[in-house]
Design a protein around this ligand. Structure first.
Ligand code: JFZ
Length: 457
């Protein structure tokens, strides 16, 4: 992550740790929704009757296979001519997200294929050139904002459609001119998005790994400056730019390049200490690696609502947000499986909201029983592994001003017996507390124990 501390860095972070309203709000999102919707939603993972495996379906344009890959772009790039999800009512997505308990949504305004889901005046490859003639970005911003869900705009810098795009650093005159043209277009589209959608709160960048972009560090530094000036409070993730040494997400001195760490794509941190106190979110697919719609998930493992509850609370225990991805089909329909996930997750989140939103990491030893979250006066234990001993045991520092005084089941309010034990496993002055989980209490899902903390008497 970092080279020698105190490396010479001119294009490092533009802002440090933020304590403004927008970032405080970000820390309380808890749960988010990702939506991957675009031309790739039409074929799903199928092309000319073939279902090539291995790569994600939203990458279908880049797939190689028996169907002459060099011919695919021609046909793929013309999907805009049939893109027309007539029955799609984005307000239904927003209501579903609301029921799930999502507090922000990340929406694909433009994925790698370069097709803009808003009528961008800087491109002729947008919804305006499609039979639908709609503005899906605007519809998402309006519908989700109306439900009280904040909107973040996913934007892929990598663009397979723009003629000036190149993965490598351009070496000749023509290449350089094309790349310059591409950078201007990228800048114009980003400013356009901010101007058109003042309600959007953040930008979630993708496709910023190519050598061409990495070499454009001075341009991206100035662009970040310009975006922040244009929209005070705007939240920008760390996957936008790099310093002049090519260090991405974090500069060569290990300083975060953006407002939160945005590198946790299907890979959650293993412990809180490694996060070094910065903000983060983790984005998660329901299947193994599909972000866009899949016609057929075959025998791929699909995460269950229980898996996602476990992951959500794991994220919260380390102060991060979990963002669950949805891939509607070309008509904008969510799959039955994803719809079911949203409802199940929502039911659990509603019943256990206190342990999720206004809570973060607590300074108590992790326990194998489940995940700990909390605020000043309360600690929540989400029980994932119910102990056969009938007690959930917590190790607390011996601090007489902050000991557990009551315990109850969060969802039902049922009081639980709390015992201070005289068990000590080592020579420090920790105290072990047991919460008795009643034998007659049955649960077919994770459940939350709430402990209130107060002074010992
Ligand atoms: C990217 C896209 O290529 C993908 O289609 C999807 O949109 C996803 C959300 O983002 O995929 C990534 C991005 C970053 C990493 C891996 C896959 N990463 O940092 O390891």
């Amino acid at each position: 992550r970092s080279a020698a501390p105190s490396a010479e860095v001119r294009f490092g972070p533009l802002v440090g740790h933020r304590e403004d309203d927008a970032m405080r709000r970000f820390r309380r999102y808890g749960l988010g929704q990702f939506i991957h919707f675009g031309l790739y939603s039409i074929p799903g993972n199928e092309w000319h009757g073939e279902r090539p495996a291995s790569l994600a379906p939203e990458w279908i344009r880049a797939w190689s296979g028996p169907n002459a890959p060099e011919n695919w772009p021609d046909t793929y790039d013309r999907l805009n001519e049939v893109f027309d999800p007539k029955a799609l009512d984005v307000r239904e997505w927003a209501r579903q997200a609301k029921r799930m308990g999502a507090r922000y949504v990340i929406f694909t305004t433009k994925h790698h294929d370069g097709f803009a889901l808003w009528p961008s005046v800087h491109s002729d490859y947008t919804v305006a050139q499609s039979p639908c003639g709609r503005d899906f970005v605007g519809e998402v911003v309006d519908a989700y904002t109306a439900e009280g869900i904040d909107v973040f705009l996913y934007f892929s810098v990598l663009d397979w459609h723009h003629p000036g795009y190149t993965t490598t650093v351009p070496v000749d005159e023509v290449g350089r001119a094309g790349w310059q043209d591409f950078l201007e277009y990228t800048r114009a589209q980003l400013l356009e998005l901010l101007d058109r959608y003042p309600a959007a709160r953040g930008l979630w960048f993708d496709g910023t790994w190519d050598a061409s972009w990495v070499a454009s560090h001075e341009f991206t530094y100035r662009l970040e400056q310009e975006l922040r000036e244009r929209r005070p409070g705007l939240i920008i993730g760390s996957r936008f730019r790099n310093d002049e040494h090519g260090a991405r997400h974090f500069d060569s001195n290990g300083r975060l390049l953006g407002d939160y760490e945005q590198g946790r794509e299907r890979k959650l941190p293993s412990d809180h200490a490694m996060l070094d106190g910065h903000d983060w979110d983790g984005v998660m697919t329901i299947g193994p690696n599909a972000w866009g719609f899949m016609r057929d998930t075959g025998d791929e493992y699909q995460k269950t609502a229980d898996d996602l509850i476990d992951l959500l609370m794991r994220c919260r225990s380390m102060g991060g947000n979990l963002v669950v991805n949805f891939g509607p089909d070309g008509e904008g329909r969510m799959s039955a499986y994803e719809g079911d996930i949203a409802e199940q997750l929502g039911g659990w989140v509603r019943a256990n909201a206190d342990a999720i939103y206004d809570c973060g990491h607590v300074d108590i030893d992790p326990t194998g029983v489940g995940w700990l979250t909390g605020d000043r006066d309360r600690v929540f234990l989400t029980v994932i592994n119910r102990p056969v001993t009938g007690v959930a045991r917590l190790r607390l520092p011996a601090d007489a001003s902050r000991v557990p005084v009551t315990a109850r089941l969060l969802a039902s309010g049922r009081e639980l017996e709390l015992r201070r034990t005289d068990i000590g496993f080592d020579l420090d002055d920790a105290i072990y507390y047991d919460v008795v989980i009643p034998r007659d209490f049955t649960a077919d899902r994770a459940f939350v124990i709430e402990l209130t903390l107060g002074a010992a008497f």
